[in-house]
Design a protein around this ligand. Structure first.
Ligand code: ADP
Length: 338
């Protein structure tokens, strides 16, 4: 397993990672989520011993990365930066890596097949697309058949088929009993990939809980109701504790109910003999709930990770609902975006 204990990393007067503690256990995909600049890559570099923490400790299977005897056989990592000799073929790149750790040629062929690079394996890496580069990075991570995988934004640059492929691969590797930590700034992607989430903002822990719990707590349930007697239903629902708003679209038979589940709305209507034409439970957008939760952590925007429009000042956005394992007031600190 992976353990971070009070990890803190400063760059000058910036605190990139701020007293961060979490544990990543085997057997499930753990999503490491946060807007751009939240400190995900820095944390991963600290876990991999590529940077030294100012405070705290990072351990893999109870040991520091630098103390592992054959690191590739224990931890496979894909970091955002591509560090590949562009004149070399994919096959030779992997073979060189394998030879440093006493890994045989057969395993090189295996991982090339596994990531779907069999055809271009002898081509120069310099001619690879971003997606092929990601596949090569994943092949390198898998070379030593490691029990721990640390992948930084692995779906970047992949086409939809590639995204599904890596999602399936990560879930399979976790099901085999490996520890899989994968970072992303995309909530929707993590929601369908990860069983557990560690969410950070400005280097601090915001939530550490199952994806199901995160969705349950951070998105609001609404019920869309259509009735020819919407006015009376509004009174009945409100009297029973539901919150009712006009359904919009200029339709006076449409209302939106929060703070009450759909079956209860239906029961109240039946008890009063009110006809319903529609009763649809739904949830708020997960992506917008995530943005709301982390928006104090974003000071200036980028295309994918930002809150659209002017970013509010820190302090005016309450965290929507308690998230289990959440740390109150975590999203304070310094600026975002790399
Ligand atoms: P994420 O991976 O979540 O996008 P990073 O870990 O890359 O976030 O960055 C966290 C913060 O630390 C950002 O403000 C970034 O600018 C800063 N940072 C990261 N690496 C360095 C570095 N080598 N020197 C100075 N600042 C850095």
């Amino acid at each position: 397993m992976i353990e971070a204990e009070n990890l803190t990393k400063r760059y000058g007067d910036k605190t990139a990672v701020d007293d961060l503690s979490f544990t990543v256990v085997p057997g499930r995909v753990t999503g490491f989520l946060g807007p751009n600049g939240a400190g995900k890559s820095t944390t991963m570099r600290l876990l991999l011993g590529l940077d030294r923490p100012d405070r705290g400790d990072a351990r893999i299977h109870g040991r520091h990365y630098r103390d592992l005897d054959a690191p590739l056989r224990v931890v496979g990592a894909l970091l955002e930066a591509r560090s590949v000799h562009t004149g070399r073929s994919a096959y030779n790149h992997l073979l060189c890596l394998a030879q440093t750790q006493g890994i045989g040629k057969r395993r090189v062929d295996e991982v090339i097949d596994l990531v779907g690079l069999t055809a271009p394996a002898r081509k120069r890496v310099g001619a690879f697309s971003l997606g092929m580069g990601q596949r090569l990075g994943i092949a390198a991570a898998l070379l030593g058949d490691p029990s721990v995988l640390i992948l930084d934004e692995p779906v970047n640059g992949l086409d939809p088929e590639g995204i599904v492929w890596i999602r399936t691969l990560m879930q399979r590797l976790a099901a085999e009993g490996r520890t899989v930590l994968v970072s992303s700034h995309l909530m929707n992607e993590m929601a369908v990939t990860a069983e557990h989430l560690i969410v950070i903002g400005r280097g601090r822990l915001i939530a550490d809980c199952s994806t199901e719990e995160f969705i349950e707590r951070s998105t609001e349930k609404t019920v869309t109701v259509r009735s020819p007697d919407a006015a009376r239903l509004t009174d009945v629902v409100a009297a029973a504790g539901g919150k009712v708003a006009p359904g919009g679209e200029g339709a006076d038979d449409l209302i939106t109910v929060t703070n009450m589940e759909a079956p209860r709305v239906g029961e109240l209507a039946a008890a009063e003999g009110i006809v319903l034409h529609e009763l649809t439970p739904s949830r708020g957008s997960l992506e917008s709930a995530f943005m709301e939760l982390t928006r104090e952590s974003v000071e200036y925007g980028t295309a994918a990770g930002a809150v659209p429009g002017p970013v509010p000042a820190a302090g005016d956005a309450p965290v929507p609902g308690p998230v289990p394992g959440a740390v109150p007031g975590a999203a304070t600190g310094q600026e975002g975006e790399t």
